[in-house]
Design a protein around this ligand. Structure first.
Ligand SMILES: O=P(O)(O)O[C@H]1O[C@H](CO)[C@@H](O)[C@H]1O
Ligand SMILES: O=c1cc[nH]c(=O)[nH]1
Length: 235
Protein backbone atom coordinates (compact mmCIF):
# COMPACT_ATOMS: atom_id res chain seq x y z
CA UNK A 1 0.00 0.00 0.00
CA UNK A 2 1.07 3.56 -0.62
CA UNK A 3 -0.50 6.60 0.99
CA UNK A 4 -3.27 6.98 -1.59
CA UNK A 5 -3.28 3.62 -3.40
CA UNK A 6 -4.46 0.51 -1.55
CA UNK A 7 -2.84 -2.05 -3.85
CA UNK A 8 -0.71 -4.95 -2.67
CA UNK A 9 2.87 -5.08 -4.01
CA UNK A 10 2.79 -6.41 -7.57
CA UNK A 11 -0.92 -5.66 -8.02
CA UNK A 12 -0.24 -2.79 -10.42
CA UNK A 13 1.03 -3.64 -13.92
CA UNK A 14 4.21 -2.00 -15.31
CA UNK A 15 2.10 -0.07 -17.84
CA UNK A 16 -0.76 2.16 -16.68
CA UNK A 17 -3.47 4.04 -18.56
CA UNK A 18 -4.53 7.09 -16.56
CA UNK A 19 -7.78 8.99 -17.11
CA UNK A 20 -8.71 11.89 -14.85
CA UNK A 21 -12.15 10.39 -14.24
CA UNK A 22 -12.14 7.23 -12.07
CA UNK A 23 -15.38 6.11 -13.73
CA UNK A 24 -13.59 6.26 -17.08
CA UNK A 25 -10.99 3.96 -15.50
CA UNK A 26 -13.78 1.50 -14.62
CA UNK A 27 -15.26 1.75 -18.12
CA UNK A 28 -11.85 1.10 -19.71
CA UNK A 29 -11.22 -1.89 -17.45
CA UNK A 30 -14.67 -3.38 -18.10
CA UNK A 31 -14.63 -2.67 -21.86
CA UNK A 32 -11.06 -3.42 -22.92
CA UNK A 33 -9.37 -5.65 -20.32
CA UNK A 34 -9.80 -9.32 -19.44
CA UNK A 35 -9.38 -11.02 -16.04
CA UNK A 36 -9.85 -7.68 -14.31
CA UNK A 37 -9.36 -7.03 -10.59
CA UNK A 38 -9.96 -3.74 -8.81
CA UNK A 39 -6.87 -2.90 -6.72
CA UNK A 40 -7.83 0.54 -5.44
CA UNK A 41 -10.94 2.18 -4.07
CA UNK A 42 -9.23 4.63 -1.70
CA UNK A 43 -10.99 8.01 -2.06
CA UNK A 44 -12.99 6.50 -4.93
CA UNK A 45 -9.96 6.85 -7.18
CA UNK A 46 -10.51 3.51 -8.87
CA UNK A 47 -7.60 1.40 -10.13
CA UNK A 48 -7.80 -1.89 -12.03
CA UNK A 49 -5.41 -4.47 -13.44
CA UNK A 50 -6.25 -6.88 -16.24
CA UNK A 51 -4.84 -8.10 -19.52
CA UNK A 52 -5.06 -6.77 -23.03
CA UNK A 53 -4.01 -9.18 -25.79
CA UNK A 54 -2.12 -11.16 -23.14
CA UNK A 55 -0.23 -8.19 -21.63
CA UNK A 56 -0.85 -7.01 -18.05
CA UNK A 57 -2.19 -3.48 -18.05
CA UNK A 58 -3.51 -1.26 -15.26
CA UNK A 59 -5.84 1.68 -15.47
CA UNK A 60 -5.82 4.24 -12.66
CA UNK A 61 -7.85 7.43 -12.20
CA UNK A 62 -5.78 10.54 -11.45
CA UNK A 63 -8.43 13.04 -10.42
CA UNK A 64 -8.50 16.52 -11.91
CA UNK A 65 -5.54 18.90 -11.96
CA UNK A 66 -1.78 18.57 -11.65
CA UNK A 67 -1.59 18.30 -7.82
CA UNK A 68 -3.94 15.31 -7.86
CA UNK A 69 -2.25 13.57 -10.81
CA UNK A 70 1.15 14.16 -9.18
CA UNK A 71 0.10 12.16 -6.11
CA UNK A 72 -0.95 9.12 -8.13
CA UNK A 73 1.89 9.25 -10.67
CA UNK A 74 4.52 9.66 -7.94
CA UNK A 75 3.18 6.73 -5.91
CA UNK A 76 2.90 4.54 -9.02
CA UNK A 77 6.51 5.30 -9.97
CA UNK A 78 8.04 5.06 -6.50
CA UNK A 79 5.92 2.46 -4.65
CA UNK A 80 4.78 0.22 -7.53
CA UNK A 81 7.70 0.57 -9.95
CA UNK A 82 5.40 1.50 -12.83
CA UNK A 83 7.41 1.96 -16.04
CA UNK A 84 5.00 3.91 -18.22
CA UNK A 85 1.88 5.99 -17.79
CA UNK A 86 -0.32 7.03 -20.69
CA UNK A 87 -2.86 9.68 -19.79
CA UNK A 88 -6.18 9.15 -21.59
CA UNK A 89 -7.94 12.45 -21.05
CA UNK A 90 -10.48 14.84 -22.40
CA UNK A 91 -9.50 18.34 -23.53
CA UNK A 92 -10.87 21.56 -24.93
CA UNK A 93 -9.88 22.55 -28.48
CA UNK A 94 -8.36 26.04 -28.65
CA UNK A 95 -8.10 26.36 -32.44
CA UNK A 96 -10.75 26.01 -35.11
CA UNK A 97 -8.95 23.40 -37.23
CA UNK A 98 -9.14 20.85 -34.40
CA UNK A 99 -12.59 19.27 -34.27
CA UNK A 100 -14.83 17.84 -31.55
CA UNK A 101 -13.85 14.17 -30.83
CA UNK A 102 -10.48 14.57 -32.58
CA UNK A 103 -7.56 12.96 -30.76
CA UNK A 104 -4.40 14.84 -29.80
CA UNK A 105 -1.06 13.17 -29.12
CA UNK A 106 0.67 15.71 -26.89
CA UNK A 107 4.30 16.16 -27.91
CA UNK A 108 4.74 18.61 -25.05
CA UNK A 109 2.69 20.39 -22.40
CA UNK A 110 2.90 24.11 -21.65
CA UNK A 111 1.48 25.23 -18.33
CA UNK A 112 0.37 28.18 -16.23
CA UNK A 113 0.93 26.12 -13.08
CA UNK A 114 3.23 27.16 -10.27
CA UNK A 115 4.34 23.56 -9.69
CA UNK A 116 7.28 23.57 -12.10
CA UNK A 117 8.20 27.13 -11.25
CA UNK A 118 8.77 25.89 -7.71
CA UNK A 119 10.59 22.74 -8.86
CA UNK A 120 12.89 24.64 -11.26
CA UNK A 121 13.43 27.78 -9.15
CA UNK A 122 11.62 30.02 -11.65
CA UNK A 123 13.32 28.63 -14.77
CA UNK A 124 11.15 27.33 -17.62
CA UNK A 125 11.34 23.55 -18.07
CA UNK A 126 9.87 21.98 -21.23
CA UNK A 127 7.81 18.91 -20.27
CA UNK A 128 7.75 16.52 -23.26
CA UNK A 129 6.36 13.10 -24.13
CA UNK A 130 8.46 9.95 -24.27
CA UNK A 131 9.46 9.65 -27.91
CA UNK A 132 9.00 5.86 -28.09
CA UNK A 133 5.45 6.05 -26.76
CA UNK A 134 4.69 9.01 -28.98
CA UNK A 135 5.99 7.24 -32.08
CA UNK A 136 4.04 4.06 -31.28
CA UNK A 137 0.86 6.06 -30.65
CA UNK A 138 1.37 7.98 -33.88
CA UNK A 139 1.79 4.73 -35.83
CA UNK A 140 -1.34 3.25 -34.20
CA UNK A 141 -3.32 6.41 -34.96
CA UNK A 142 -2.14 6.50 -38.58
CA UNK A 143 -3.40 2.95 -39.08
CA UNK A 144 -6.99 3.98 -38.26
CA UNK A 145 -9.51 5.78 -40.45
CA UNK A 146 -12.17 6.40 -37.78
CA UNK A 147 -10.56 9.35 -36.04
CA UNK A 148 -8.67 12.53 -36.91
CA UNK A 149 -5.43 12.73 -34.96
CA UNK A 150 -3.23 15.74 -34.25
CA UNK A 151 0.33 15.70 -32.94
CA UNK A 152 1.39 18.85 -31.12
CA UNK A 153 1.43 21.00 -28.01
CA UNK A 154 -1.25 21.24 -25.38
CA UNK A 155 -1.72 23.54 -22.39
CA UNK A 156 -2.09 22.12 -18.89
CA UNK A 157 -4.07 24.81 -17.10
CA UNK A 158 -4.56 24.95 -13.35
CA UNK A 159 -8.01 26.46 -13.56
CA UNK A 160 -10.87 24.98 -15.59
CA UNK A 161 -12.73 28.27 -15.07
CA UNK A 162 -9.87 30.62 -15.89
CA UNK A 163 -10.16 34.22 -14.68
CA UNK A 164 -7.70 35.21 -17.47
CA UNK A 165 -8.96 33.53 -20.69
CA UNK A 166 -7.04 36.11 -22.77
CA UNK A 167 -3.77 34.36 -21.74
CA UNK A 168 -4.64 31.50 -24.10
CA UNK A 169 -3.97 33.69 -27.14
CA UNK A 170 -0.15 33.79 -26.87
CA UNK A 171 -0.29 30.01 -26.50
CA UNK A 172 -2.34 29.44 -29.66
CA UNK A 173 -0.13 31.99 -31.46
CA UNK A 174 2.72 29.57 -30.70
CA UNK A 175 1.05 26.35 -31.86
CA UNK A 176 -0.85 25.13 -28.79
CA UNK A 177 -3.86 23.08 -29.91
CA UNK A 178 -5.90 22.35 -26.80
CA UNK A 179 -6.21 22.74 -23.05
CA UNK A 180 -6.45 20.12 -20.32
CA UNK A 181 -5.20 20.04 -16.74
CA UNK A 182 -2.59 17.30 -16.06
CA UNK A 183 -0.05 16.46 -18.80
CA UNK A 184 2.65 18.92 -17.72
CA UNK A 185 2.98 17.33 -14.27
CA UNK A 186 2.90 13.83 -15.75
CA UNK A 187 5.71 14.56 -18.22
CA UNK A 188 7.79 16.29 -15.55
CA UNK A 189 7.43 13.46 -13.02
CA UNK A 190 8.16 10.79 -15.61
CA UNK A 191 11.41 12.60 -16.47
CA UNK A 192 12.30 12.93 -12.78
CA UNK A 193 11.79 9.20 -12.20
CA UNK A 194 13.27 8.12 -15.55
CA UNK A 195 10.00 6.57 -16.70
CA UNK A 196 7.91 6.91 -19.83
CA UNK A 197 4.82 9.08 -20.23
CA UNK A 198 2.45 10.24 -22.93
CA UNK A 199 -0.79 12.20 -22.86
CA UNK A 200 -3.47 11.36 -25.41
CA UNK A 201 -6.55 13.54 -25.24
CA UNK A 202 -9.90 13.47 -27.02
CA UNK A 203 -11.56 16.82 -27.69
CA UNK A 204 -14.66 16.92 -25.47
CA UNK A 205 -15.32 20.67 -25.77
CA UNK A 206 -14.57 23.28 -28.39
CA UNK A 207 -13.61 26.63 -26.95
CA UNK A 208 -13.88 28.36 -30.35
CA UNK A 209 -17.14 26.90 -31.70
CA UNK A 210 -18.83 26.18 -28.36
CA UNK A 211 -19.58 22.54 -29.27
CA UNK A 212 -19.44 20.00 -26.45
CA UNK A 213 -19.96 16.34 -25.64
CA UNK A 214 -22.15 15.01 -22.85
CA UNK A 215 -20.88 13.98 -19.40
CA UNK A 216 -21.71 10.33 -20.21
CA UNK A 217 -19.75 10.53 -23.45
CA UNK A 218 -16.77 11.94 -21.55
CA UNK A 219 -17.04 9.10 -19.04
CA UNK A 220 -17.78 6.19 -21.32
CA UNK A 221 -16.69 6.77 -24.87
CA UNK A 222 -13.58 7.81 -26.72
CA UNK A 223 -12.64 4.20 -27.62
CA UNK A 224 -10.17 5.27 -30.34
CA UNK A 225 -8.03 7.08 -27.77
CA UNK A 226 -8.01 4.01 -25.50
CA UNK A 227 -7.08 1.65 -28.32
CA UNK A 228 -4.27 3.96 -29.46
CA UNK A 229 -3.00 4.13 -25.86
CA UNK A 230 -3.11 0.35 -25.45
CA UNK A 231 -1.27 -0.15 -28.74
CA UNK A 232 1.39 2.41 -27.76
CA UNK A 233 2.05 1.09 -24.31
CA UNK A 234 2.38 -2.52 -25.48
CA UNK A 235 4.39 -1.80 -28.67
O1 LIG B 1 -11.25 13.98 -18.71
P1 LIG B 1 -10.05 14.18 -17.83
O2 LIG B 1 -9.03 13.11 -18.02
O3 LIG B 1 -10.42 14.36 -16.36
O4 LIG B 1 -9.35 15.56 -18.31
C1 LIG B 1 -9.94 16.84 -18.38
O5 LIG B 1 -11.22 16.93 -17.77
C2 LIG B 1 -11.12 17.57 -16.49
C3 LIG B 1 -11.89 18.86 -16.52
O6 LIG B 1 -13.22 18.65 -16.84
C4 LIG B 1 -9.64 17.80 -16.23
O7 LIG B 1 -9.11 16.73 -15.51
C5 LIG B 1 -9.11 17.88 -17.66
O8 LIG B 1 -7.75 17.63 -17.81
O1 LIG C 1 -12.43 22.66 -22.01
C1 LIG C 1 -11.89 21.73 -21.44
C2 LIG C 1 -12.29 20.41 -21.67
C3 LIG C 1 -11.67 19.40 -21.02
N1 LIG C 1 -10.70 19.71 -20.14
C4 LIG C 1 -10.31 20.97 -19.90
O2 LIG C 1 -9.43 21.21 -19.08
N2 LIG C 1 -10.92 21.96 -20.56
Amino acid sequence: MSTHIGAAPGAVAPHVLMPGDPLRARWVAETFLEDVTCYNEVRGMLGYTGTWRGERISVQGSGMGQPSLAIYATELFTDYDVRSIVRIGSCGALVEKVGLRDVILATGACTDSGMNRLRFHGLDYAPVADFGLLRAAYDAAQARDDVTTWTGLILSGDQFYSPRPELVEPMTDHGVLAVEMEASALYTLAARHERRALAICTVSDHLVTGEETTALERQETFPAMVEIALAAVTA
